[in-house]
Design a protein around this ligand. Structure first.
Ligand code: UD1
Length: 361
């Protein structure tokens, strides 16, 4: 069996790594890793290969940035000849980025079966590009590997055949559990003179939060107020950095005491500061899941989530993007702490094992 694994952007790497590792002893399966090049900065891509011990990509499509249509089309144009030449038995895609959708479309039209890792997630918000990518990838896929029972339900409600849906648990948590101990030893927070629980972590990159300058500067204003209560470490995504610079607020932010601006961090350094944070503020999907697993309170700067179990069972609070609820929840967590988290079903470090069992069967 020959499988092409697709990875394109930062959130793909921690989902593909455990599957490749789990497959490596099986000599009856040939794995080819295709990097689309959607993310290309060393700290958005290369460092994840080192930290997660991923093999070098067999093929890099080097698509780079562009509008949604440009980026998706470039991945499709460059991925099609790879499929024609390699004739894989399966294309495995992960998550919800433009590369996921583009490669699924190419494979489907060439009648190559598709496995979607992290299938069935829904925010029910079609203004998110990720939601469009998820819905269409799921429709095209033959093996839908879900991280939660909510995801199974979403797929059934969408009319996906039951025998295509496989609840396997959360593969991102396989990476987290595999790396946590080494990550913790790094004590990355020392870089800024902090100790565990002495700071919060912020990440921000969703188009809905950073593309509109007014909304972005309002959010930054709120974060600056929060940083008066507890220092905030902010590894800045390249998209967000560009917007902050264009809005003319980056320089001023550099002079705010308690607001630590830094480059995007690698997997281990980020896991270290996240695991030891007093709380996190984020608009990322993955970090909502990771904080639940780590028992770190999380304020999600969005109105919806594709991970409802992180709210019902975990540490997540959906606070939206308005100043008042963000600051009052921030304050409440500092005073009272967070409710204890329970570990959602299948978030046990064995998701990749279950995926590989199903694929080989
Ligand atoms: C993408 C994914 C999003 C994921 C996020 C994680 C889509 C639609 N979005 O968003 O789901 O949560 O990655 O990071 O696929 N850039 C660089 N260097 C890089 C990569 C990007 O400078 O290595 C800049 C480029 O200017 C680019 C911009 O960031 O235009 C946005 O990158 P893009 O891949 O379009 O989307 P993300 O915002 O990163």
């Amino acid at each position: 069996m020959k499988i092409i694994h697709v990875a394109g952007a930062r959130p793909n790497f921690m989902k593909i790594a455990p599957i490749l590792k789990e497959l490596s002893p099986h000599t009856d399966v040939t794995s080819l890793l295709v990097h689309t090049g959607q993310h290309y900065d060393p700290n958005m891509s290369d460092v994840f290969f080192t930290d997660l011990k991923l093999p070098r990509p067999d093929i890099n499509l080097e698509v780079g940035s562009g509008s949604h249509a440009e980026q998706t089309a470039q991945v499709m144009l460059r991925f099609e000849p790879v499929i024609m030449q390699e004739k894989p038995d399966l294309v495995l895609v992960a998550g919800d980025v433009n590369s996921t959708l583009a490669c699924s479309l190419v494979a489907a039209k060439l009648h190559i079966p598709i496995a979607h890792v992290e299938a069935g997630l829904r925010s029910f918000d079609n203004t998110m590009p990720e939601e469009i990518n998820r819905v269409i990838t799921d429709v095209l896929s033959d093996y839908l590997f879900t991280p939660s029972r909510y995801a199974d339900e979403n797929l059934l409600n969408q009319g996906v055949q039951k025998d295509k849906i496989f609840f396997v648990g959360n593969v991102m948590i396989d990476s987290l559990l595999g790396a946590l101990e080494i990550a913790r030893q790094r004590q990355t927070w020392k870089r800024w003179g902090y100790a565990p629980n002495e700071y919060a972590v912020l990440t921000l990159h969703r188009a809905s939060n950073v593309d509109d300058m007014e909304k972005l500067s309002d959010l930054v204003g709120t974060v600056i107020e929060a940083a008066n209560l507890l220092p905030v470490i902010f590894p800045i995504h390249p998209r967000t950095l560009r917007q902050l610079d264009a809005a003319g607020i980056l320089l001023a932010m550099r002079n705010i005491p308690g607001l630590i601006l830094t480059e995007p961090l690698g997997y281990l350094d980020f896991l270290c500061i996240l695991g030891d944070a007093r709380l996190a503020l984020t608009d990322s999907g993955g970090i909502q899941a990771e904080t639940t697993m780590l028992g770190v309170p999380c304020l999600t700067l969005r109105w919806n989530t594709e991970w409802p179990e992180t709210v019902s069972q975990g540490t997540n609070h959906l606070v939206g993007t308005d100043r008042e609820p963000i600051l009052s929840e921030f304050q409440a967590i500092l005073e009272a702490g967070n409710r204890p988290a329970t570990r959602p079903e299948g978030w046990d470090g064995l998701a990749a094992h279950r995926i590989v069992e199903i694929l080989r069967r």
